[in-house]
Design a protein around this ligand. Sequence first.
Ligand code: HEC
Ligand code: HEC
Ligand code: HEC
Ligand code: HEC
Ligand code: HEC
Ligand code: HEC
Ligand code: HEC
Ligand code: HEC
Length: 489
Amino acid sequence: MSLNTKRIIIAVIGLFFLSALLIVGGIESNKRILGKKAVIKVSATSESCVDCHTVTSPSLVEQWRDSKHAIRGVGCMDCHQAEKTDVDAWEHEGKTIAVIVSPKDCSKCHARENEEFQASHHADAGKIIGSLDNVLAEVVEGNTGRLGLDGSSPAAISGCWQCHGSVVKIGKDGRPTPATWPNTGIGRINPDGSKGSCTACHSRHTFSPVVARQPDSCGKCHMGPDHPQKEIYEESKHGIAFKAFKEYMKLDAQPWRVGIEYTAAPTCATCHMSATEEQMVTHDVGRRISWNLRPPISEKIDAKAIKAGKKVESWEQRRKNMKNVCGKCHSEKYVDGFYIQFDSAINLYNEKYGIPSTKIIKMMKAGEILTAIAFDEALEWTYFYLWHHEGRRARHGASMMAPDYTQWHGFFEVAERFYIHFVPEVREACEKAIQKGGKSATAAKEVLKELDIILNKEEHKWFLGKMSDDEKASRKAAADEFKKRYAQH
Ligand code: HEC
Ligand code: HEC
Ligand code: HEC
Ligand code: HEC
Ligand code: HEC
Ligand code: HEC
Ligand code: HEC
Ligand code: HEC
């Protein structure tokens, strides 16, 4: 055998082994969905958990293996460990653990995130029991008695609570009760008294920022007829750009600063939470918004605190915080222009619809023209649609650049609701009360007087056929011009 032949044979054998290694390596890395390759050192306390749960719930353990936690040696017990005296202590396979891992547990290692989160509106989202919406879930739609589950309404358990959070109760067996858990509501009240749930956005057990930064993650809760932020975002140029350029967004980068690590599009997190060159990540989602657009009449976000004599970050500062984000992609003038358009839409909603309709309803409740029972009369549903659904849609659409939500799902429906349902229903209820006589008849006359004042305002006059001759003439001229132009095509 010549030297060359020997060399060729050795090379062929070498290549064979090399490709065999590559194939094995390939299969090995395919097994790891997120592809993070690292040596996982399991702490001794967590070893038994990992061993057994690899058999009983393999994907759960694999997700943990793919997490930064596993790489940094944070094991099952670092999160699930409990003291025997804890309300939620559960004896499990010779160890005292808790099924619930609360923000307080996470705060052992993530104090800043927890502090910010606890100060946010998110942490308070479980305090909805006294709200008008809650009467819907517990009384109107559902039932807390015969058809309830442990005295709670199934409509609330599987609906409201999955977004807002339940009060998690622990059963005699040391485990959370099925009426109150599974639940990752954002303002959940935990057995240790802490508020909220970090897994609302940081899905377990990867706890990956890729999940938390997705618009879909916020969209679990921020969607639907009364707060369609997810749909609004998808309609906006920002959502369109995200969809087109998602692969360039470096969603797993740490840090993740707009204008540095990525530039293609903003996500919900970009605008409301994530870092810029000047700002740190914040877990208080209220730190960059200036309005509260949820109530019947919108108010600046610091209005309630000022009234209560509490000192909080001013709405002006919060707006500055947001403008700092916008400024990474837009000019200052452009952003100022946007805020002028947005504010004017909120003022229109407030002045033309929110303030007048709220005043009328208050007068009717006080004058006993409407009953004290919530949601037993058509007019109450009409008013609820006006501010809680359609009025919010118009405001939310304007706040995040979605013209269709502002107009056709928003102001158009607000106007129809106001003129075609609200006004006639107010008149009808008042006329009925006047016929009946007594105390509510006097109140009804006052309401009709107020309605008359409202409808005679400049912005409503058209409805009474009282538009000024000048405006009528200029509108007619414009309409004629429009018809002429379209007739030619
Ligand atoms: C010998 C096997 C075994 C070991 C060791 C083990 N588990 Fe489990 N674990 C199970 C099984 C099986 C279940 C599901 C059955 C059940 O709900 O009782 C479970 C359930 C759980 C639950 C969910 C309970 C619920 O109510 O949903 C948690 C949390 C949990 N284990 C955590 C741990 C932790 C942390 C450790 C390490 C201290 C651990 N397990 C050790 C087998 C094991
Ligand atoms: C970083 C903290 C953290 C670590 C580490 C962790 N868990 Fe969890 N685990 C959670 C959180 C949060 C929940 C959700 C419970 C709740 O609603 O509060 C959870 C829930 C669970 C559940 C019940 C829910 C379900 O989906 O079935 C099991 C079982 C469980 N963990 C097992 C484990 C095991 C086994 C390990 C180790 C391989 C582990 N956990 C490591 C935080 C952690
Ligand atoms: C025992 C300490 C400890 C506990 C408890 C803990 N973590 Fe962590 N966490 C860490 C460490 C260490 C890292 C890695 C930090 C780094 O590498 O920058 C981390 C990273 C993270 C990250 C970033 C992950 C990434 O891929 O960039 C998130 C999100 C996170 N933790 C959430 C949580 C949540 C939610 C809980 C409670 C359910 C929790 N952690 C409990 C120690 C902990
Ligand atoms: C799909 C998730 C989801 C469900 C289900 C849900 N909500 Fe909400 N709710 C939200 C979100 C998100 C907001 C905040 C919207 C915003 O800021 O624009 C909110 C706002 C509220 C507010 C206003 C809070 C404030 O500070 O002004 C109340 C009250 C409320 N919801 C009660 C309820 C009740 C009661 C139910 C059940 C009948 C319910 N919600 C069902 C997600 C949900
Ligand atoms: C409303 C959704 C949401 C909730 C709730 C939430 N986080 Fe986060 N968290 C995020 C997002 C989004 C990021 C990524 C920020 C960025 O772009 O870097 C993040 C990042 C983190 C990080 C990585 C380090 C950092 O600050 O960037 C840690 C650690 C963390 N969160 C812990 C927590 C803990 C602990 C809780 C509960 C007290 C919690 N988070 C609740 C959305 C959330
Ligand atoms: C381009 C930046 C940007 C993006 C992207 C964005 N928002 Fe907003 N968001 C805003 C602005 C601006 C406001 C109004 C701020 C103010 O009040 O001054 C706002 C307001 C809000 C509010 C307050 C509503 C209320 O009722 O008061 C919520 C909730 C919200 N956004 C959620 C989301 C969610 C969820 C997403 C993703 C689906 C998202 N945002 C995407 C900029 C953004
Ligand atoms: C599990 C449900 C849930 C998820 C997930 C969620 N939110 Fe919320 N969010 C709510 C609820 C409920 C409220 C209203 C709380 C209240 O006022 O009682 C709210 C309120 C807000 C507000 C208004 C805060 C204020 O101070 O007025 C903003 C902004 C917001 N969320 C942004 C986000 C962003 C951005 C994400 C994703 C990173 C997100 N949310 C994820 C349920 C959720
Ligand atoms: C990561 C970059 C980025 C950030 C941050 C950002 N935008 Fe944009 N924005 C874009 C892009 C890209 C477009 C699409 C431009 C076009 O139409 O060609 C856009 C479009 C817009 C539009 C035009 C909408 C339309 O339909 O024509 C407005 C208004 C706007 N942004 C306002 C804002 C405001 C206000 C903020 C902060 C709250 C903001 N943007 C944050 C990238 C960004």
